[in-house]
Design a protein around this ligand. Structure first.
Ligand code: SF4
Length: 433
């Protein structure tokens, strides 16, 4: 059995032997993206599973082990991991837990410490916890984020963003119910085969962007354009069905087209913050160059994805990061970077500019940063854009799903009433943004 080794601070390490023997368990956030993140891990020789659980015991474990003034995503992520450890589904002597650290100033950097405390309280402090981060925090001999590995993770996010975007724009109109979801599955299987066969060259990834767009474009669709409703907010509650009470499924049941900004914007935002830190506080030249290069790589990948989508007029491409960034001028400074920071304000503005009839801003309990840049900015956005129809929805362990959905229904009723008011001529005109 793999020996338990600790570093000088007493932290349990994930060793090379563990890499061969242990199963890494990670919390769920975005099913399509995470399926491909798992591929990147498997192709690098790790054993890895993404937790698929969604039941109430997760919230109960979170409440039992995380202080109740901690933000809701921390409670769910830690609850899901502890529930899996205690469930008996895995051998506790052969698992390690994987969790991200953003390296920023909010709690997303500190979940890992709360998780270790929870493991200790639950009697599982012999389970190693591995940090996935870009800031060089918490090194482990059995886990290395090499450039090749990082490249594969970036591709995973790109594929995830593209499939999510195209599926969201196809599902409400599909002539064969379920065809968009089956196409997503087909592509996830094809990409999985490529990962496992080691065929992950960017030239091929880029060619696949074009093929994915063509495949979605060829799905038979019908019906008139539906109201477009955007979803923004703190990254976990924005995306995770567990965190937002299946918000996207609810919006689909309300017969609207959902618009969910991609994860890549968040990644570029995080790197852009490092560039900004250099301007505001100074940094070594070599670090400035490395950060700028990394940002350029991500921006180039995003531009390639956008170009592939723009090739087909059926689909509306996302805005490039540089344009989204410009939108917040006059609203909030670029130094506002805790949580989703200025990006949350920018995404609300982007959705309003792109003609979304409504926007749901998901706000987790206990999240100060996103209340400032989300709910806190709505007044100014509505003042400058009277057409903006944004509703902030709070998520916490005791929130009533019915109340949340009723508030969203009110926002949708306003959107529909405004649509009715538009003259037939105005309706016939395309959105000019
Ligand atoms: S952004 Fe908010 S919800 Fe997310 S980790 Fe930070 S404090 Fe918690």
């Amino acid at each position: 059995m793999a020996e338990r080794l600790k570093d000088n601070s007493g932290r349990l390490l994930f060793t090379r032997d563990m890499k061969k023997e242990f199963l890494l368990l990670a919390p769920q956030m975005l099913p399509t993206h995470m399926a491909m993140v798992r591929n990147a891990f498997l192709s690098e020789g790790y054993k890895m599973d993404i937790l698929q659980t969604t039941h109430r015991a997760i919230v109960d474990e979170g409440l039992r082990h995380v202080h109740n003034d901690t933000c809701y995503p921390a409670l769910l992520v830690i609850g899901q991991l502890i529930e899996a450890v205690k469930s008996g589904r895995h051998d506790p002597d052969k698992i390690a837990l994987l969790i991200t650290q953003t390296g920023g100033g909010c709690r997303a950097s500190n979940y890992i410490h709360l998780l270790r405390k929870a493991l200790k309280r639950a009697g599982f402090d012999n389970i190693p916890v591995v940090s996935l981060n870009l800031s060089g925090m918490e090194k482990n001999p059995g886990f290395r984020l090499t450039l090749t590995f990082l490249r594969k993770l970036i591709y995973a996010l790109l594929y995830g963003d593209l499939l999510m975007l195209l599926a969201n724009q196809t599902r409400p109109y599909e002539r064969v119910p379920g065809s968009a979801d089956s196409l997503v599955e087909t592509w996830v299987e094809a990409i999985t085969r490529d990962y496992l066969a080691g065929r992950m060259r960017y030239r091929k990834v880029k060619a696949q962007f074009a093929q994915i767009v063509r495949d979605f474009s060829s799905l038979p669709v019908q019906g008139e354009k539906k109201l477009r409703v955007g979803v923004v907010g703190e990254i976990y509650v924005k995306y995770a069905p567990l965190g937002n009470n299946n918000l996207e499924a609810f919006l689909r049941s309300e017969d609207v087209e959902t618009v969910v900004p991609g994860v890549l914007d968040f990644m570029i935002f995080k790197i852009d913050n490092r560039v900004q830190d250099g301007h505001l506080y100074g940094s070594k030249l070599i670090r400035k160059i490395a950060v700028a290069l990394f940002k350029n790589v991500l921006v180039k990948c995003q531009n390639d994805l956008i170009a592939a989508v723009k090739n087909d007029p059926k689909f509306l491409a996302p805005s490039p990061f540089s344009e989204t960034r410009e939108l917040v001028k006059g609203y909030v400074g670029y130094g506002n970077k805790m949580g989703e920071g200025w990006l949350l304000t920018a995404e609300m503005l982007e959705l309003v500019h792109n003609g979304c009839a409504g926007v749901v801003c998901t706000q987790p309990f206990g999240c100060l940063p996103n209340h400032v840049s989300g709910k806190g900015m709505m007044g100014l956005i509505k003042k400058n854009h009277p057409e903006a129809n944004i509703v902030a929805i709070d998520y916490d362990p005791g929130a009533s799903k019915t109340n949340q959905e009723n508030r969203i229904k009110l926002m949708l009723a306003t959107a529909r009433a405004r649509e009715e008011e538009k003259s037939p001529i105005a309706k016939a005109l395309p959105n000019i943004t």
